[in-house]
Write a protein that binds this ligand. Structure first.
Ligand code: DTR
Ligand code: ZN
Ligand code: ZN
Ligand code: ZN
Length: 282
């Protein structure tokens, strides 16, 4: 798997920041900054030869959008999917939450093309709308699938906050998740181990977009660098950063800008996304 350039991921974050700046300061569902984000990501993927489609839905009286991108080729009966939500809260630009996850899977998708990776399985990427309203876009997507289409998806990997300024290195626990999730958790953990980074399991329950996939029986996994929770002294001695301080003090606030991202955490998570995808889709 390629080492993902953090500079490339940061360039995408700068774009999300510019989009928010030009659209009232946010990228929230129902606001112009969200559709501008969708259109920008779509343009990058179209240029890289992906087959893209925008799925629209209504939530809270406003139109929402999911972006689905399929990499041509691979076994259509064996789909590996990566996703993250593209919407921010209305309070700010949502660069860590969840520009980081969105930008990281975008860069991984671009590197699939750039490196000429020919995976055995079929790759699909999703950028979800209205996650902040209650996982609305990802739920709409999963509900739109026939049972046959659901059975073709063998793994869903979710990335929601991967660059928190006072980062923890969490991998979603597979307990309570569909059979097959443990293998994904192990792959993600191995990716961090290869970088010399220790991880902790976190029980994410229904707190992000993997939940709808898990309910459909699809194996899930993901990584997370922390939100409003407080880093303990044990975690600070393991990971660095500041004990007794939130992993992300700007979570759901207007200060969640490009300066609210830890580049090392962003890079490490992007590299693990790539190594896990290459191993899972080979
Ligand atoms: N609910 C997500 C952020 C979030 C909070 N806890 C977790 C755990 C696992 C993934 C994401 C999250 C949001 O605000 O978008
Ligand atoms: Zn890297
Ligand atoms: Zn959020
Ligand atoms: Zn989020």
């Amino acid at each position: 798997a390629p080492n993902i350039s953090v500079a490339n991921v940061q360039a995408h974050l700068n774009q999300f920041q510019s989009i928010a700046n030009a659209n009232g300061g946010n990228r929230a569902h129902g606001r112009p900054g969200y559709l501008a984000s969708i259109n920008w990501v779509k343009g990058k993927l179209d240029a890289a030869g992906y087959t893209t489609r925008v799925q629209s839905f209504t939530s809270n009286g406003a139109t929402g959008y999911n972006l689905i991108a399929d990499y041509p080729g691979g076994d259509a009966n064996n789909v590996v999917m990566l996703g993250g939500h593209l919407d921010s809260v209305s309070a700010g630009p949502g660069i860590n939450d969840n520009g980081t996850g969105s930008a990281s899977i975008l860069e991984v998708a671009l590197q699939v093309k750039a490196t000429g990776f020919q995976p055995t399985k079929h790759l699909r990427f999703g950028w979800w709308g209205a996650e902040e309203l209650g996982l609305v876009g990802s739920t709409y997507y999963v509900n739109s699938l026939s049972s046959t289409e659901k059975s073709r998806i063998k793994a869903y990997l979710n990335f929601d906050m991967t660059g928190s300024p006072n980062p923890g290195y969490f991998v979603y626990s597979s307990s309570g998740q569909p059979t097959g999730s443990a293998a994904l958790t192990q792959r993600l953990q191995a990716g961090f181990t290869a970088l010399g980074v220790s991880t902790e399991l976190t029980n994410v329950g229904g707190r992000s977009d993997h939940a709808a996939f898990a309910r459909a029986g699809i194996p899930t996994g993901g990584t997370f660098t922390g939100a409003e929770g407080t880093k303990t002294s044990a975690q600070a001695s393991k990971w660095g950063g500041t004990a007794g301080q939130a992993f992300d003090r700007c979570y759901h606030r207007s200060c969640d800008t490009t300066s609210n991202v830890n580049a090392t955490a962003l890079d490490r998570n992007a590299d693990v996304i790539a190594s896990t995808l290459w191993a899972t889709a080979a």
